[in-house]
Design a binder for this molecule. Structure first.
Ligand code: MN
Length: 268
């Protein structure tokens, strides 16, 4: 009986583990967490095109989503300009950023941004990495990116700046290994946005629409802040309590612009 119980619990334990993290064959690619609803893949394809259309991503940058059936996997295209991404280009990766099914394609060099943030942030289900030119100046200046306009209120919790020199010394500024990815995730902490000095940003959300919203309005806020600073007077920024109240409400309205952006991006 004891033996049976032991065996049964081992099987259950194995099954539980398998459903969370399929074992990797020794030396090979990690196992797949299985097929994903094509509508969800279309969300990710749309996110790529929306962010390209809005000027948040250009030929560079990427956006990923956590695998809907397995939190230990994420989905990201192979190395490709975001505007060109189709469903067939989306590849599954484990959280160490090993692609499951590379098939001769090239993985993004900076995929560790995604894997290490998903490891550190169970609340995050989508990640954007952008070089958006409007945002870069705030990563190299001592003027903090700070919201004075309601659509950017989510930035009111603070926008940390990732200084890659602190971890990597002299680098080419790319997050090209797990250590740099971990340091970036640590800098992001519990925030929605981290700027990357001299490079760009890492932006997260609890869903694809939320990450896309954060990425678009981080960019808009940065452009508007430069305009307000150029007026020369002092700026009346949002109070932290205003940021909290706005952010709590606006999250319920994201479906509206998302529906518009998604339809335009997918041509339907
Ligand atoms: Mn980059």
């Amino acid at each position: 009986m004891a033996n049976f119980l032991h065996r049964a619990s081992s099987i259950l334990l194995y099954a539980a583990r398998a459903s969370v993290a399929p074992a990797s064959p020794a030396g090979g690619a990690p196992a797949s967490a299985g097929p994903v609803d094509p509508d969800l893949i279309d969300d990710l394809v749309a996110a790529n095109r929306i962010l390209a259309d809005q000027g948040v991503l250009d030929g560079y940058g990427h956006v990923s989503m956590r695998h809907p059936n397995n939190p230990e996997r994420y989905l990201l295209s192979h190395s490709l300009a975001p505007e060109l991404v189709t469903a067939a280009d989306i590849m599954e990766h484990d959280l160490d950023s090993n692609p499951v099914d590379l098939r001769g394609r090239t993985a993004f060099l900076e995929r560790f941004i995604h894997g290490e943030i998903y490891k550190a942030r169970p609340d995050v289900n989508a990640v954007v990495h952008s070089h958006s030119p409007a945002v870069v100046p705030f990563g190299v200046s001592n003027v903090p990116l700070r919201p004075f306009y309601h659509m950017g209120a989510f930035l009111g919790v603070g926008v940390p700046i990732f200084e890659i020199r602190d971890v990597g010394g002299m680098t080419d500024l790319l997050v090209r290994n797990p250590e740099l990815g971990r340091a970036l995730a640590q800098c992001l902490a519990d925030k929605p946005v981290a700027l990357m000095r001299g490079h760009g940003s890492a932006i997260v959300g609890s869903s694809i629409p939320s990450a896309v919203y954060h990425a678009i309005y981080t960019d808009v806020t940065a452009r508007m802040q430069v305009q307000a600073l150029m007026l020369g007077g002092s700026i009346n920024y949002l109070e932290p309590e205003e940021c909290r109240l706005v952010a709590a409400n606006i999250v319920r309205t994201i479906g509206r612009p998302w529906e518009l952006w998604r339809r335009k991006a997918l041509g339907r």
